[in-house]
Design a protein around this ligand. Sequence first.
Ligand code: MSP
Length: 535
Amino acid sequence: MKLTQTPLNTFSITTPLYYVNDVPHIGSAYTTIAADAIARFQRLQGKSVLLITGTDEHGQKIQRTAEELGRFPQDHCDQIASSFASLWEHFDIQYDRFSRTTATRHEAIVKEFFQRVWDNGDIYLSQQQGWYCVACEEYKEERELAPGKLCPIHTNKVVEWRDEQNYFFRLSNYQKHLEILYQEHPEFIQPESRRNEVMNFVKQGLQDFSISRVNIDWGFPIPTDPSHTIYVWFDALLGYVTALLDPEDEPTLENALSKWWPINLHLIGKDILRFHAIYWPAMLMSAGLSLPGRIFGHGFLTKDGKKMGKSLGNTLDPVALVNQYGSDAIRFYFLKEIEFGQDGDYSQTRFIHTVNANLANDLGNLLNRTLKMAHKYFNGCVPNVKSQDIPQEDGLKSVGLTLTDTVTQGYDSLAFSEVCQAIFSLIQAGNKYIDEKAPWSLYKQGKQEALAQVLYSVLESVRLSSYLLSPIIPNISTRIYQQLGYTIDFNDQTIITTSLSFDIHGVWGALPANQPIQEGQPVFRRLEDLEEVSS
Ligand code: MSP
């Protein structure tokens, strides 16, 4: 089983298409922040990037929610979809496509895809009996259920018995193909623990799954039998394909697949792994399409060590959080404090402590004290030092020269926490370096050259650190760069392409000698432990 490679200079990445049964929750923000950081790092490296997000708007769950609220389903979807788009703006998410599964052009793609699978003989009509969780939009095996016929994921929702005629997809035909895929491409499912989980599941034997529903209007009709609607997951996964169309394109599979396909990375939470790592590649194989490069299933967030849930009354509202603390602090906390792939916890105390310690103290203070000295001793300019003249064994240069490689590997393997740790070890070394070298004494002793080298080394280390952190904290990085005398903005993609190239800015020593700098301003204001944010 060969995976087709996309060109090396392009990169396409998706978040899940979020259900619109409710306003965005922190889990959706978490995936989207991570996807944005990856996309930004790829752009920094000079690649053309397509970041796809969007909303999953069909199915019984949405239909019921709209009914309960007394809204037309489409009005309801429009309303919630716009609350996602607005939240992404607050979090500085630079998405390129917002895919909505109720879009007319999406219907054309779903129909064409369905027809291909149908023509391949992989769809048949049969009787479906089983326990259905509407919140998951998925049938559950009896053995999976929690006592009281509760869904194992939505532990406050009782599953519903169904006995109806459905169209089925012959997933069982793809068992061998999938096993070969996982074997030949160990990178296809990440992290390793999720790969094992999927392989164990597949080993037990795959059963065909139903891809149509009766008695539900809110969905696309099955092209060959309009008395059925297409199962929401079959429809939603194809939202990734529809998203690839340029706005002016006619909605055909050929057009959609002509530029960005196959997608490099699907970023998802662990609860929707089976759909992406089993159903999706099998559907694509059936339709004769090439497969995505990698599926990464991240862990779940808890709050104060407890599972979050409306019924538990301990949800974390992303809107309130970003309004109160701003996007950089939250992006930083979630990416630095949680090992990506593992479950992780949010606690207000740990959040405040982390961002104050790292962003305000370590990073902000280092910049501030060094800028002050550059004003005092070098007339408000970067000291006149050529980075080549600083000895290789200089405490900061030696770390700085290998940092970019470490960080690149970290971003490539989605190890955000390691990325942050590597960068903060340079920043912390910078603070120690100043204390040890005592520039104020060098000044008093008239050791001008040594003083210049010390301050250059620190300023340059702060610059490189902020460059490499920019995919995570773009606003703070922008403020640092501006105080170092650059007129740039890490949120401006044109400037990234034209003025912030990786070859130059990703290398220790890029800070131009004699560049005028600004007066130091706090790049991040310490957070007070305000009243707890929750919804
Ligand atoms: N609509 C489907 C996805 C279809 S993709 C073609 C869906 N939507 S969702 O809105 O329910 O879930 C969105 C994402 O949020 C999933 O990746 C899920 O893992 C993630 N999270 C939901 N709760 C979460 C936490 N408590 N923590 C982290 N992520 C969690 O599933």
